[in-house]
Design a protein around this ligand. Structure first.
Ligand SMILES: N[C@@H](CCC(=O)N[C@@H](CS)C(=O)NCC(=O)O)C(=O)O
Length: 203
């Protein structure tokens, strides 16, 4: 299989899960501005959405959307430690986190990546909204090591990627979020995360 990624982008979460599962994959970098792959192919022809991540299976199928790809990888590798099986209540709690991260947190960062948003709108509207959402996670992590309690699961990989954006992209200080900071620092020590960061030259 092939993972189409961009350095430090949300596709890093899928790379982390690939390494958590010790899977073999080819990693193909995409320039999100020109929409060209590192092999000079038109990425829009591979993924009509033009965004990363995209996972191309050996049968040619291309799966997009981070949360769908992560679920696919966990389910097809019987990784019930990363995502509980269907009908298990914990699965739906994990999916609840994944959905919150992708719709509320990930997309909450979009205006900070897009230079067309007015700076004042970012500061007065988007920043307080994002901080309020991080506060919810901060409170949750007061009594939980990971999002799902004692064990690392799929949404932790996703949240890790977005925590990398907190200071440089949104210019939010971790001072207000000591639990998130502790969680972020602990995740950086995880083997699959260290390997993923090294591979994207982010270490
Ligand atoms: N809904 C998609 C969004 C993915 C997304 O926003 N990817 C960003 C990088 S973090 C991207 O490729 N942006 C460039 C673009 O969409 O043209 C998902 O959750 O996977």
């Amino acid at each position: 299989m092939k993972l189409y990624y961009s350095k430090g982008a949300c596709s890093l979460a899928v790379r982390i899960i690939i390494h958590e599962l010790n899977l073999k994959a080819e990693f193909i970098s995409v320039d999100l501005h020109s929409k060209k792959t590192e092999h000079h192919l038109d990425y829009n022809q591979i993924n009509r959405k033009g965004s990363v991540a995209a996972l191309q299976l050996d049968n040619g199928e291309v799966l997009t959307e981070n949360v769908a790809i992560m679920q696919y990888l966990a389910d097809t590798n019987n990784a019930t430690h990363l995502l509980a099986p269907t009908k298990d209540w914990k699965r739906y709690r994990t999916l609840e986190w994944l959905n919150y991260l992708t719709t509320e947190i990930h997309k909450g960062f979009s205006p900070f990546f897009n230079p067309n948003y007015p700076q004042e709108f970012r500061q007065t509207v988007m920043l307080p909204t994002l901080e309020r959402k991080f506060q919810l996670i901060e409170n949750h992590l007061k009594n939980n090591v990971y999002l799902m309690g004692e064990n690392f699961t799929l949404p932790d990989a996703y949240l890790f990627v977005m925590l990398r954006w907190v200071v440089p992209v949104a210019k939010i200080s971790f001072e207000k979020f000591p639990n998130l900071n502790r969680y972020f620092e602990a995740l950086k020590k995880r083997e699959a995360i260290q390997l993923s960061l090294k591979e994207e030259n982010l270490a």
